[in-house]
Design a protein around this ligand. Structure first.
Ligand code: UDP
Ligand code: MG
Length: 139
């Protein structure tokens, strides 16, 4: 069964390149409601924990370094069919393959610095939201 929440992060390139406002506007125009939001930064340890599922992948060390290289914006979003709909709004992992008009097509720089994160399942959306926010910080 699908829940109505997902988790996203505006990654260091999205923040660094001045796209926070445009990306949040894109997200809310697509019908998502912001439930919790935080401008913060990941240490290498925390970035490694967040992406632990990818620890055996060849890109893991670079990814952890990159994700802790600057501030990020962590956001919990709400919408019907949130996880699947948000994946469609952000587009493919590799921005050169992301459909025209998607967030990654518009704002991403590379397969690593791809502007935004989007949860891939309801279960991971809950885990990732809990990683950044306590109950008291949510609506
Ligand atoms: N990534 C990378 N190289 C790759 C694949 C992924 O640097 O070949 C990075 C990229 O930032 C991506 C993240 O690792 O967003 C997590 O990978 P995943 O396959 O889960 O992609 P996503 O779910 O973010 O589309
Ligand atoms: Mg993923």
């Amino acid at each position: 069964m699908s829940t109505n929440r997902t988790f996203t992060m505006i990654k260091p390139d999205g923040v660094q390149n001045g796209h926070i406002g445009a990306i949040l506007n894109h997200i809310t125009q697509a019908g998502f409601t912001i439930i919790a939001m935080k401008y913060t930064r990941l240490t290498t340890e925390r970035a490694g924990e967040f992406y632990a599922v990818h620890s055996a992948r060849p890109f893991y060390n670079d990814l952890v370094k990159y994700m802790s290289s600057g501030p990020i914006v962590a956001v919990i979003l709400e919408k019907e069919n949130a996880v699947e709909d948000f994946r469609n709004v952000i587009g493919a992992t590799d921005p050169t393959k992301a459909e025209k008009g998607t967030i990654r097509n518009l704002y991403a720089k590379s397969i690593e610095a791809n502007a935004v994160h989007g949860s891939d399942s309801d279960e991971n959306a809950a885990i990732e939201g809990n990683f950044f926010f306590s109950m008291l910080e949510r609506f």
